[in-house]
Ligand binder design. Structure first.
Ligand code: 5AD
Ligand code: SF4
Length: 431
C-alpha cells in the first residue's frame, strides 16, 4: 500500500481539509498514512498564508523533503499558500508534482495523476461534494458548515485563498453529525470562516436556514452531548443567536470572539463592521445570558495607523473583558489585501506592544486559573498525553488532565482541580 505523509499548518479548517484529503486518498488510491516522511510515497504540505512567516518556511521545508525523500516519492503543496502562489510554487521548486488550492481539496485524486497540475480555482464550489470519511479523533468530529469568506477585512488574505462564502446545505451537515455520533463521537465542532453568517448563500436549491436554526436542529441529535463552533463574527452576534447559545444545553459555554483591535478607529480601517462599544455590549449580553461563559479572542497589534491611544483601547477591552485565551499577532502585510501598501508601524514598537499585551494576558490568565482551584468541572476526555495522563475539556473549555489511561477516552467525568498551570490544569476524578 502506498504511504502518505501529510503536514498540516494553520487553522481548524485546514485540519479538516487534511482529513478530507486523507479520506479521498485512502478510499480511491489505497493510501495509508505515515508519520515519517522518508518512508512516504506522497508528501503533502497543507499550508497557511495568514501571516508571512509560514510562507518563507514552506520553501525551505520543501527543499528538505526533496533532498531526503524516498526515491520516486511525489510532493504536493495544498491549502491557502497553494491558492495564493499557484504556479509560482512550481517555478520556485520545480520538483513539486502538484499544487492544490484550499478550495479544490476534492480534486486530490485528479491532480495526483497529472504531471505538474495546478488546481487553484477559487470559484470552485465544493459545498455539496460528498467527501469520503476519515476522522483524526473518534471522540470529536470537525464538520464544515461553509466554505470561503464574504468579508473584506483589510488585513486578511483568506477571501483570496478560499473565495466567496457558500453555506453547506443543512441536511448534509446534520447527516454528517449523525454519522459521527453513530460512530461514537459525543462532540461536534462546526467550522467556517464566519459561522454565524451561515445561510446567506447556498449554491443549490435547498432550505435556507440561519446559524441559530442550524444549532437548534443539530442539538436534536440524540446521544450528541456537545456542540462547539469557530469562528463567529462579533458583527453577526445578534440577540437571537446569544439566546440560543446561552439556553441550548448542548452548546458549550465557550465562544471565540475575534476582537482584532479595541480601537473603533482601527476597527473601521480594518473594515470589521463593529465598534469597541458594540463588542463590549455583546460580551456583556453574553455574560448576562450565559454566566461563566469562557471567551477567547484574536488580537492584531500594530495595524497601520495604530497609535498609542488606539493600543490603549485594545488594552482597555482586555481589562474589561478578561479573555480566557488570547491569540495575539503582530500585523503582517499580506499580498492583494487592502492594507498591504499602508505605511507600516515601526517593528520595534510592534514588538513592544505585543509583549506588553501578552504579559498582561498572562497575569489575567493566572488570576482566572487561580479561581478554578478547588472547583469541579464536567470533563470530556479526548487525548492520551505523556506520563500516564489523559486530558479533556470542561464545558467552558478549560483544558484539564488527570492520571489515567485509555479507558477514560470518550467518557465524561466530574473532575476537581487541584493544581493550576497557564495552559493546562490538573485534577482528580470525583465521579
Ligand atoms: N497579520 C496578522 N494577523 C493576522 N490575522 C489574519 N490576518 C493577519 C495579518 N495580516 C490573524 C487574525 C485572525 C487570525 C486567524 O489571524 O487575528 O483572526
Ligand atoms: Fe486557515 Fe486562514 Fe491559514 Fe487559510 S490562511 S489555513 S483559512 S488560518
Amino acid at each position: 500500500m502506498p504511504k502518505l505523509f501529510i503536514e498540516t499548518l494553520g487553522c481548524a479548517m485546514n485540519s479538516r481539509d487534511s482529513e478530507h484529503i486523507i479520506a479521498q486518498l485512502r478510499e480511491r488510491e489505497g493510501y495509508t498514512t505515515t508519520q515519517e516522511f522518508k518512508e512516504a510515497d506522497l508528501i503533502l504540505i497543507n499550508t497557511c498564508s495568514v501571516r508571512e512567516r509560514p510562507v518563507h518556511k514552506l520553501f525551505s521545508e520543501l527543499g528538505v523533503f526533496h533532498k531526503k525523500k524516498k526515491e520516486g516519492a511525489k510532493i504536493g503543496v495544498c491549502g491557502c499558500t497553494a491558492s495564493h502562489l499557484g504556479e509560482e510554487i512550481i517555478k520556485r521548486a520545480p520538483y513539486v508534482n502538484f499544487v492544490l488550492g484550499a478550495r479544490n481539496v476534492s480534486k486530490i485524486s485528479e491532480v495526483l495523476h497529472k504531471d505538474r497540475a495546478v488546481e487553484t480555482d477559487i470559484n470552485y464550489d465544493e459545498s455539496e461534494f460528498a467527501f469520503n470519511d476519515f476522522r483524526t479523533s473518534a471522540y470529536k468530529a470537525f464538520i464544515n458548515i461553509s466554505i470561503g469568506c464574504d468579508k473584506a477585512c483589510t488585513f486578511c488574505i483568506v477571501p483570496k485563498t478560499r473565495g466567496d462564502e457558500i453555506s453547506i446545505p443543512a441536511d448534509l451537515i446534520i447527516n454528517e453529525a449523525q454519522k459521527a455520533v453513530n460512530a461514537g463521537a459525543k462532540e461536534i465542532f462546526l467550522l467556517g470562516q464566519n459561522v454565524n453568517n451561515y445561510g446567506r448563500r447556498f449554491s443549490g436549491d435547498t432550505q435556507k436556514i440561519n446559524f441559530t436554526e442550524l444549532l437548534h436542529r443539530l442539538s436534536k441529535i440524540e446521544k450528541l452531548e456537545r456542540i462547539r463552533f469557530t469562528s463567529p463574527h462579533p458583527f453577526h452576534m445578534d440577540d437571537a443567536f446569544i439566546k440560543e447559545f446561552a439556553h441550548n444545553p448542548k452548546i458549550c459555554n465557550s465562544i471565540h470572539m475575534p476582537l482584532q483591535s479595541g480601537s473603533t478607529k482601527i476597527l473601521k480601517a480594518m473594515k470589521r463592521g463593529y465598534t469597541k462599544e458594540w463588542f463590549i455590549n455583546r460580551v456583556e449580553k453574553l455574560r448576562a445570558e450565559s454566566p461563566g461563559v469562557s471567551i477567547s479572542t484574536d488580537i492584531i497589534v500594530a495595524f497601520p495607523g495604530e497609535n498609542d491611544e488606539d493600543f490603549a483601547d485594545t488594552i482597555d477591552v482586555m481589562k474589561r473583558v478578561r479573555f480566557d485565551q488570547i491569540f495575539s499577532f503582530k500585523y503582517s502585510p499580506r499580498p492583494e489585501t487592502e492594507a498591504e501598501h499602508l505605511p507600516q508601524i515601526d517593528s520595534e514598537i510592534a514588538s513592544q506592544r505585543l509583549s506588553y499585551l501578552q504579559t498582561l494576558n498572562n497575569e489575567i490568565l493566572d488570576e482566572i486559573h487561580a479561581e478554578c482551584l478547588g472547583n469541579s468541572y464536567r470533563v470530556y476526555f479526548e487525548d492520551l498525553i505523556h506520563d500516564g495522563y489523559v486530558s479533556g475539556r470542561s464545558d467552558n473549555n478549560l483544558l484539564i488532565k488527570v492520571k489515567g489511561s485509555e479507558e477514560l477516552l470518550g467518557t465524561f467525568h466530574e473532575v476537581k482541580v487541584n493544581a493550576i498551570g497557564r495552559t493546562i490544569l490538573t485534577g482528580e476524578i470525583l465521579a
